[in-house]
Ligand binder design. Structure first.
Ligand code: 5AD
Length: 346
């Protein structure tokens, strides 16, 4: 049975009328018929605005070194047990070459905030762009405007930086030596430098509520991000939140679905975290409106050392499995660049 107010809330979102109360109602759904109806509505919005496809992005985790101290993350600098590595330019180019050979046209270079020299990143971008026909997405954390500018000039196309939370107090409880305002400034810098910009949040972090998630979704709507990454919080044993529960699966899927209904166009991954939550739930993500999968191209020796959270799903994705996932979610696979779909960029 689906309540009248659930139909009403979804209809209003589909016709671009966004009210926080509707977001809260839909985020809170738990009854199977209503949850399935919400997720199906998100899928039809995705299919209409993004076409029926899954974009594949090759993820390369280039360094696990981090000077930051995010209290949820296994790479935080206080974790003395973490294994630290940093790939050389040559190693990274090998990963890119391997991905490009397999037809991938986007590589995502991700790392902890390792203070890698900005010029060496710029050289890396130049080398990639010279040799391979790929879009380059960076996910290297907070850096200065000048550094972002240099990397954009040398050819970086996109940047991922999650806001984690728009709630000042919650943000402070998650981060000890960074501020919400510096995160917002970085996102503004990236957008003003014409990066295709991605943001996002974790779902189920202690202290987060339906109301703060609704505010985060309103923020996504206001900022018109090109990409949005949303996945469940998974407690890491070497962090202050080790004893906490992981993010709830249904709430995570509802957050994806409501975000899709509100924002329509972004590329949204079925995240690795969703694939690591007692089993692989990435298909459920696709059935709730996501449209990206990021197979991991980090050299296998280093993959397990990039431990943001425990038991991170990191087996090398084979083509067969990806096609099975696509088939099960009635989508096709697209390895092309898959640039921003936001109308202002067309
Ligand atoms: N659980 C889930 N996601 C996490 N991230 C970091 N630590 C965790 C965790 N313990 C996410 C953050 C970050 C992204 C790269 O990974 O949202 O932005």
């Amino acid at each position: 049975m689906i309540r009248k107010e659930v139909y009403g809330a979804i209809d209003r979102l589909v016709s671009s009328s966004v009210h926080k109360e509707d977001l809260k109602l839909l985020l809170s759904l738990t009854e199977a018929d209503e949850v399935n109806y919400l997720h199906a509505a998100a899928c039809s919005v995705r299919n209409e605005f993004c076409k029926k496809r899954i974009a594949l992005r090759a993820l390369i985790e280039i360094s696990s070194i981090c000077t930051n101290s995010c209290r949820y993350c296994g790479l935080n600098r206080y974790n003395r047990d973490a294994c630290r590595y940093s790939l050389t330019e040559e190693q990274i180019l090998e990963c890119v070459s391997y991905a490009a050979d397999q037809g991938y046209r986007t590589v995502v270079l991700q790392s902890g905030e390792d203070n890698r020299d900005a010029d060496s990143i710029a050289n890396l971008i130049v080398s990639i762009k010279r040799s391979f026909p790929v879009a380059v997405t960076l996910s290297l954390g907070e850096r200065t405007y000048e550094e972002y500018k240099e990397w954009r000039k040398t050819g970086a196309d996109r940047y991922l930086l999650r806001i984690e939370s728009t709630d000042e107090l919650l943000y402070q409880s998650m981060h000890t030596d960074r501020t919400l305002s510096s995160r917002l400034k970085c996102l503004e810098d990236l957008q003003s430098l014409t990066y295709q910009t991605g943001s996002g949040i974790m779902v189920g972090f202690p202290g987060q509520t339906i109301s703060t998630i609704a505010d985060d979704i309103m923020f996504f709507n206001e900022k018109q991000f090109d990409m949005l990454g949303i996945g469940p919080f998974i407690p890491h044993p070497q962090t202050p939140f080790s004893g906490c529960d992981p993010g709830d699966l249904i709430l995570t899927l509802n957050t994806l679905a409501v975000t899709r209904l509100v924002t329509r166009y972004p590329w949204m991954p079925s995240t690795t975290a969703l694939g690591s939550l007692h089993g692989d739930h990435r298909i459920d993500g696709l059935m709730a409106g996501t449209n990206v999968i990021m197979p991991n191209f980090t050299p296998s020796h280093y993959k397990s050392q990039y431990e943001i959270y425990p038991d991170k799903q990191s087996e090398t994705e084979n083509e067969e499995r990806l096609h099975l996932i696509a088939q099960k979610s009635s989508l096709s696979i697209d390895k092309g660049r898959c640039d921003s779909l936001l109308p202002r960029r067309l």
